[in-house]
Every structure is written in C-alpha cells, then in structure tokens.
Design a protein around this ligand. Sequence first.
Ligand code: FNR
Length: 361
Amino acid sequence: MIADRKNDHVRLAAEQQRDTGVHSEFDDVSFVHHALAGIDRSAVTLNTSFGGIDWPVPLCVNAMTGGSVETGIINRDLAIAARETGVPIATGSMSAYFADESVADTFSVMRRENPDGFIMANVNATASVEQARRAIDLLRADALQIHLNAIQETVMPEGDRSFSDWGPGIARIVAGVGVPVIVKEVGFGLSRETIRRLGELGVRVADVAGRGGTNFARIENGRREHHDYAFLDGWGQSAAACLLDAQSSNLAVLASGGVRDPLDVVRGLALGASAGGVSGLFLKAVLDGGVPALISLISRWLDQIEALMTALGAATPADLGRCDVLIHGRLRAFCELRGIDIGRLANRSVSVPATSTHLGG
Ligand code: FNR
C-alpha cells in the first residue's frame, strides 16, 4: 500500500506542475534596482553555510520519493543529476523502509549514484531515534530532514490523526543523531511561532516549504473517494510570507515551496534564507526529459543565480540580505497583520555596515 501511495504522489504532483498562471507571492517581492550596484562575476561565490552545514550552492533538490520500484528509478535519476551539478539532495520519507526493508535500495541508490554528494535522509516526527539512525546509516546521510505534514495527514485517507507527540519526538531525534537536523513542512509553510518552538527543541535549521507549489491537500484529496477536502486548497503560508515572518528568528531558514525560477531563489535568499529548495518542478523535468533535462535545468539555474547576484552586488548568498526589497500586494497585507517592518527591508542597503550580516541566519 505504501508503494502505491508513493506512485500516486509522484503522478499527482507531476500533474499539478501543469497549473500555470496562478499568482505567486514571490511576485510580491521585487528588488530596488541600483544601476551602479553590480560587482565582478569573479568575486561571486555560491557557497553557503548555515546551522553546521556547508553547501557549495544555495539550492537543493528537496525531499520527494522512494519506496516503490518506480520511485527508486526516479531517485536514481535525481541523484545522478545532483552528482553532475553539485546540488545537495534529499530522499523522500523513509517510513516505507522502516515498514519493509526490501525497499532499502530505492533509497540507498541515491548514495550509490552520488557517493560524494550532500545527501539528506527524511523521516517523519513520529520516527524513533533508532529509526532516524537507521535512515542516516542507510544513506550515509550528511543531514536528516524531519517533515511536518499535519494537513497532509488530515486529508490522507489512511493518515495519522495524533500530532501531539511531534514536538517531543523532534527533540529526541535531534539529541540522538550525530548529523544536523533540518525540520521542514511539505507545502503549507512554517510560522515564526513554529520556528521559535523548533529552536527550543534544539533544531538549528528550518525549511519553510511554503504554499504555492506542490499542494498536498489537493494531492491527498485526489486520492479520497469523494474528494471532499477541496476547501483546504488555499491553506497555509507562502514561502515568501514565512521568510518575512521569520525575520527575527535566530534559526537558519531555507526557502522552498513554489520556487519557480532562479529569481525566486534569489528573492528567498534576500528575505533571509540560506538556500532554496525545489521538488515538484525538478520532478517534472526529470520525468519529461530524463537526467539530461534536469542537469541542464539545474545548471542553468545555478548560472543565472550567480548572474543575478553579480548584478545585485552580492558576493555571497548571505550578502543578498543587504539588498533593498519591496513587498507588495497580498504579501504586504500579511506583513501588516503580523507586524513585520517592511520599510526597513526597502531601505537597508545604506543602513548596514560593509561587513555582511545575514538576516535570520
Ligand atoms: C514531496 N514532499 C515531501 N517532503 C518530505 O519531507 N517528505 C516526503 O516524503 C515528501 N514527498 C513528496 C513527494 C512528491 C512527489 C513531491 C513533489 C513532494 C514535499 C517537498 O519536499 C516540498 O516540501 C513540497 O513539494 C513543496 O515544494 P515544491 O514542490 O513546491 O518545490
């Protein structure tokens, strides 16, 4: 049954990628253009460091799949593309492996194909410390992701209905594993209250995984007999809203959920993220065009992220946190309601001394 669910998720998520033209709150974030701000491309580095983690690039292939024959092939292809482009990569949830060890290879194929890359294992917050360690060992993982997905579980016909132990569960895992832990949502976003609580639980990195891209309320609703949860379609906060909400947080944050192009990555970095992550869009690329298509897409993104940083005068991803950004539309209304000072963001390039200070990092 888990294998069928994993195949359903891939099929339904890829179908969602056809939806275009929907307003993205990333479009509510624009840069003030400073015509003399540019630097030399040779001065720009994509390296990023946060919460005990060093990545060569501020972009990852975020958690998706594994647990069935078909998804094992997808993991192989994603891992090859990650190896060829140098981007960090995560597996999907490894619950299927805990339930049935015979699917181990559908996850470990990632390490086999990408022996030196940065790989993240992925578990849910109900995993035991022992399971989290097994997941890390299987992949020789460099970090562990724990996903929070209460809305997905709610709509999933066979989903969990008990969430109160998630916080203590996260604290146990953080204390019991030897790699950095990243806690992420799956497309509904993390509020600043949630991020603060994660800090209290010992977590140092939070991946907001906001609304606006892959929508697991819709995916799980599509798997329900009567499709009776359609009213949850717009649930959650966008990645841009989450990053603004997290401005005062002292955890490192990652920008994911609905990232559409290199400009969205750069917007996320300017809003304080240490890196961005993409799932559904990269999945569609590899399903449609195979490994070569995904390699060429990721390579182009990295090239264009570096190009934008050059024009914006940001020598490092963290330096983007000094660019002046304007917040418009629905995102501006969110900031007003949450008491977030967007005037400071619009005028910060002159007010910060030359040494780089990374917002939220
Ligand atoms: C996911 N995502 C996910 N996340 C996670 O932590 N564990 C998981 O097992 C999965 N499974 C999964 C399957 C598929 C097919 C997709 C497309 C996504 C969620 C993913 O990591 C990400 O948070 C969301 O998809 C939002 O990002 P995008 O897709 O809008 O870039």
